[in-house]
Design a protein around this ligand. Structure first.
Ligand SMILES: Nc1ncnc2c1ncn2[C@@H]1O[C@H](COP(=O)(O)OP(=O)(O)OP(=O)(O)O)[C@@H](O)[C@H]1O
Ligand SMILES: O=C(O)C1=C[C@@H](O)[C@@H](O)[C@H](O)C1
Ligand SMILES: [Mg+2]
Length: 185
């Protein structure tokens, strides 16, 4: 049997957290760094529905979106060795979290209201934050409602004043310490 690390099934690295905490951006960079495949549940949903997240919300509503999200998460949870970035509301479903945890190490990316406001203000792709005048209030309200749910993780990082590279280094440190990485990476 050749000594190849890539064929050994490893847990998925799953990023959860509020909108704008960096799951998509960090996930893609981390996957590149580790040479693992990268999946984003929002992107997969857009691809499978041939609609943007905004369009899914507008045409079918949030309930349908959450149902679709559950189906996508169930599929992604069967993957191995992957880095998975989730949508910010994935924690709202215990079914999602149980699926993701079965074969994944869960890492929460957190950020201050100020950082979230700044990062989500760059591109208006998030239907829940459409009301520009009310964005801060909505972010605070959702953060409060979801705070406990984001604790449902193996590790948590406050990304507010950290560069992307610092966030990735901190994740890699945690993964190495926890024995989640094999080989020299
Ligand atoms: N640590 C960071 N420092 C500076 N900018 C960051 C950091 N993390 C993410 N960003 C920027 O914030 C913006 C939002 O990031 P991203 O789309 O990855 O967030 P997300 O968690 O995937 O959000 P969503 O839940 O809406 O999908 C991007 O422009 C990204 O480059
Ligand atoms: O926090 C949320 O509920 C969301 C986050 C985004 O990733 C998207 O999944 C969508 O905009 C909803
Ligand atoms: Mg994202």
């Amino acid at each position: 049997m050749p000594k190849s690390f890539s064929v050994i099934p490893m847990k998925n690295i799953v990023l959860i957290g509020f909108m704008g905490t960096g799951k998509t951006t960090v996930g893609r960079l981390l996957a590149n760094r580790l040479g693992r495949p990268f999946f984003d549940s929002d992107k997969k949903m857009e691809y499978e529905n041939n609609l943007s997240i905004r369009e899914i919300f507008e045409v079918y509503g949030e309930f349908y979106f959450r149902q679709q999200e559950k189906m996508v998460i169930a599929k992604l949870s069967h993957y191995k060795n992957a880095v998975i970035a989730t949508g910010g509301g994935v924690v709202l479903s215990l079914e999602n979290m149980n699926n993701l945890k079965r074969n994944g190490v869960i890492i929460t990316l957190a950020a201050s209201v100020e950082a979230i406001l700044e990062r989500t203000g760059r591109r208006n792709t998030r239907p829940l934050l459409d009301d520009f005048a009310q964005r801060e209030r909505i972010i605070k309200k959702l953060l409060k409602e979801r705070a406990e749910l984001y604790y449902n993780a193996d590790y948590s990082i406050n990304t507010s004043s950290k560069s992307l590279q610092q966030v990735i280094n901190e994740i890699l440190f945690f993964l190495r310490q926890g024995g989640y990485l094999r080989g020299k990476r």
